[in-house]
Write a new protein. Structure first.
Length: 348
């Protein structure tokens, strides 16, 4: 498989603080890849190294088969859209988009055609003569994308570009961004700490923490098959409880034996058991595999978040059915909704 971009053994430190630790990453042509993780995990540093704004201390950045680690940004066929869109307030929309093309000294008729195409792509046809100040936040974000795309980069880097927008506009722009990416067919590398953004837009997600890649996979794989407790806890919400793998396909947790779909563990191996809150069904106490008492309930609009105490262990359950604090409930968990992971060990 050929990749448009490869990061090989990339490390970066600031003074004595190691930000990236031997990062390896392969990115396909036309892929929407998201770097996801908490603040300080190394995702923005990775983006800036790809864009040429930082040089790695060690390692290679292979773009179209060539190591570009020491090339400045303007010599890379890569453009960046930042959270602060950096539009020129003294220029109208046309001149903002045409800025890079004019620097390249393209003919005016070519620039006109490219700017018109870029505006149409971001659904702002006819806006060329307007001022930047006349635009909403979402429209400014589209202009920033149009300005980047009009230069026809092979890779577009997006550093939390939706962070300044309100929730509803962010959700609209998530759909629009994915639509634009599919239409132009270029590689998007997107940085965010927002799990919903990553899950809704990406072809592939790279979950990072502490300068290390924790897991790489499709949104479905990342959500349903987390590799460790950090990923399980960071991507959505999870119940992570102590368990013991009796044998293949059989696990004990919360003092009950359950059938599961996992195998390959040692007999009686201590494990972490991951169950998503939406995968636990509430039933009558006598019908439950586990029973507990409702400790807290919060209305979330489309469902209730219900905390159930099962002999000292707390389970978060998402249900459309309201329960009362102090009520005894039963819980049913089917094998397909039980995910077993190796026990996390603290580093010494």
């Amino acid at each position: 498989m050929e990749y448009i971009l490869e990061l090989k053994n990339v490390s970066k430190s600031f003074q004595d603080d190691l930000i990236l630790d031997n990062l390896n990453l392969n990115i396909k042509q036309g892929e929407f890849l998201t770097l996801l993780g908490p603040s300080g995990c190394g995702k923005t540093t990775t983006l800036r190294i790809i864009g040429g704004f930082l040089q790695p201390d060690e390692g290679e950045v292979i773009f179209d088969g060539k190591n570009i680690a020491n090339l400045p940004p303007y010599e890379r066929n890569i453009n960046t859209v930042f959270q602060k869109y950096s539009l020129f307030p003294n220029m109208n929309i046309y001149d903002n988009i045409a800025f890079g093309l004019k620097i390249k000294k393209m003919p005016k008729d070519v620039i006109d055609k490219k700017v018109e195409g870029a505006l149409e792509l971001v659904s702002l046809k006819g806006y060329g003569k307007r001022s930047i100040e006349s635009l909403s936040g979402g429209q400014q974000q589209r202009i920033a994308i149009a300005r980047a795309l009009v230069n026809e980069p092979k890779v577009l880097l997006l550093d939390e570009p939706l962070g300044a927008l309100d929730l509803k506009l962010r959700q609209v722009m998530q759909t629009e961004l994915k639509k634009i990416q599919e239409e132009v067919g270029i590689t998007f590398i997107y940085v965010t700490h927002d799990q919903e953004e990553a899950l809704s837009m990406s072809d592939k997600i790279v979950v990072m923490n502490g300068g290390l890649v924790q897991q790489i996979g499709s949104p479905i794989d990342i959500y349903n098959e987390p590799k460790n407790a950090f990923v399980a806890d960071f991507i959505g919400e999870s119940n992570i409880v102590d368990g013991v793998m009796l044998k293949d396909l059989e696990v004990v947790f919360s003092n009950n034996k359950f059938v599961c779909l996992d195998k390959g563990f040692k007999q009686n191996e201590n494990v972490d058991v991951v169950i998503r809150p939406e995968d636990i069904d509430l039933v009558k106490p006598e019908d439950g595999m586990l029973t507990g008492v409702v400790e807290n309930i919060t209305f979330k609009g489309v469902h209730y978040d219900i905390v159930v105490d099962v002999k000292g262990e707390k389970y978060l359950i998402q249900s459309i059915y309201e329960k009362q604090v102090g009520e005894e409930v039963g819980m049913v968990i089917i094998p397909d909704h039980i995910h077993i992971m190796e026990k996390q060990r603290d580093e010494i």
